[in-house]
Design a protein. Structure first.
Length: 488
């Protein structure tokens, strides 16, 4: 039986033309300015044409002889997905619908579950849940592996396909099966889809003068939101700052650059990229148009800090601007270029790698913290809450004692400054602000639950004391030639 018996000429010629176009579009296409010279036409070799001919023959056989009717467009889309899947986990083909959905990801509002996902070692992995979303409330954690969506395995599923399946109409439920190291077996979780509104920047104040800024993702308004948060903190006279990019999956490169610019000196290199083509080699530096924050800083990172988050942490670490505290970051340091195609679809193509100012490769390596602080596992934290054998009072009662002082005890002895004050008034004569006390208790509870934040605040709390001590002791350092007497 000859293959040519099943060869449909009209179909094969159309398919060859379309696949040649795909091969041409596979080459990275830079955005051209008016004065740029158009790139040379990509060369398609004789061997490439032979492979395309073989492919068209197979496609014709499938179309004419498969047990059921097939859609040629679906087959070609599947072939394209298979081609890009052979490259790396972040390169993907986006059909028109998926491309439109991707465009809303950075708008700050979208529909879904509230998780950022990526492919890691071939597994669909949660980079981070977004706080306050259905996924977060359902207990999804960074590092969870999604092994099934409804009844379909994700082992051979592309990232774009997974995103399309996870999204849906608001109010509709979806079942996903997750696996994590602390579970003995996979766990099915039911989550109801909702509109995800991401507030990219959140701020607080700890211990009176330590500002705290959490950046959840790098969307188009992040740098503006950061400016507003810093302005508000400055009005409250903060003197140090904790920048939290834990579980931040990244986002827009320009926003990562803008955020970093707020904390560096002028004309500082923030990040640079290297690709195969000269057009992909770029350098991003600070500029003179922003107001800079000069507070002593600690940046919090963990395994959920990826991409744009790692650019910020890496630059501030390399240039000695901040202490990085936490655990090793995710290690996603590659550049994806979105190339729109003629039919409304797009190619999301990895075109370069990110490098920190000192030349470190972020990809795969991640950002290693200066101070490593591991967070206890949930099971360990729960164990701490249980009453230990032989204890005289419950652990919860012991925790409450952290918020109680001598003045809270019944019939406590008055201090000298408070003897003359009537009940319910402070030293300034004002009424006690119960709301402020509740807020302070809430902030202290944050620190109790979050060991990494607790350590960052503790380090910054001692910053001024250490500086004064070091400066004071340096003035007493003996000069060269002075005799030093040591006793023991």
């Amino acid at each position: 039986m000859k293959v040519t018996k099943y060869f449909h000429r009209s179909v094969s010629m159309e398919i060859i033309a379309r696949l040649v176009l795909v091969v041409m579009l596979w080459t990275p296409v830079p955005v051209l300015a008016a004065e740029d010279t158009p790139p040379a036409e990509p060369q398609v070799t004789v061997d490439t044409y032979e492979k395309l001919k073989t492919f068209s023959e197979i496609l014709s056989l499938v179309e004419g002889n498969y047990v059921e009717d097939v859609n040629v467009d679906d087959l070609i889309d599947g072939a394209i997905r298979g081609m890009v899947k052979a490259l790396d986990p972040h390169t993907s083909y986006l059909p028109p619908k998926s491309f439109k959905e991707m465009m809303v990801d950075t708008s700050g509002k979208f529909g879904g579950l509230g998780i950022e996902i990526s492919m890691r070692k071939g597994m669909l992995t949660v980079v981070s849940p977004i706080e306050g979303t259905p996924a977060d409330e359902a207990g999804i954690l960074a590092g969870d592996k999604i092994i099934k969506i409804e009844d379909e395995s994700t082992l051979d599923m592309s990232l774009s396909d997974a995103v399309a399946r996870l999204r849906g109409n608001v109010g509709t439920p979806i079942n996903i099966t997750i696996f994590r190291d602390s579970l003995e077996q996979p766990k099915e979780v039911r989550i109801v889809r909702d509109i995800i509104k991401v507030r990219s920047v959140q701020s607080k104040i700890y211990r009176g003068d330590i500002g705290y800024v959490k950046i959840r993702s790098f969307s188009k308004t992040t740098s503006e939101d950061l400016d507003n948060a810093l302005a508000d903190l400055e009005k409250k006279n903060i003197t140090k700052l904790v920048l939290d990019v834990r579980n931040n999956p990244g986002g827009l490169l320009n926003q990562a650059v803008e955020v970093t610019d707020r904390f560096l000196d002028r004309e500082s290199l923030i990040v640079y990229t290297k690709g195969r083509n000269e057009e992909q080699n770029m350098r991003f530096t600070t500029h003179d148009k922003v107001k800079r924050a000069t507070y002593p800083m600690i940046v919090l990172v963990n395994g959920g800090s990826a991409s744009a988050s790692e650019i910020v942490a890496g630059a501030l670490q390399d240039l000695g601007r901040a202490v990085i505290l936490g655990t090793n970051s995710f290690g996603k340091g590659s550049v994806q270029t979105i190339i729109p195609l003629s039919d409304g679809s797009a190619l999301r193509l990895t075109t370069a790698r990110y490098y920190t100012p000192s030349g470190r490769v972020i990809q795969e390596n991640g950002i290693k913290p200066d101070i490593v602080v591991e967070m206890p596992l949930a099971s360990e934290a729960d164990d701490e809450g249980e009453e230990a054998e032989g204890e005289k009072e419950p652990a919860e009662k012991q925790r409450l004692r952290k918020f109680l002082r001598e003045r809270d005890l019944k019939k406590h002895l008055k201090g000298k400054e408070s003897i003359e004050l009537p009940d319910g008034e402070d030293k300034a004569g004002g009424a006690v602000d119960e709301k402020a006390r509740a807020l302070e208790a809430s902030l202290e509870e944050d620190l109790r639950k979050d060991l990494q934040l607790q350590q960052a605040v503790a380090l910054l709390s001692g910053w001024d004391v250490m500086n004064k001590t070091i400066k004071g002791s340096s003035s007493k350092v003996p000069a060269a030639g002075d005799q030093v007497t040591m006793s023991r």
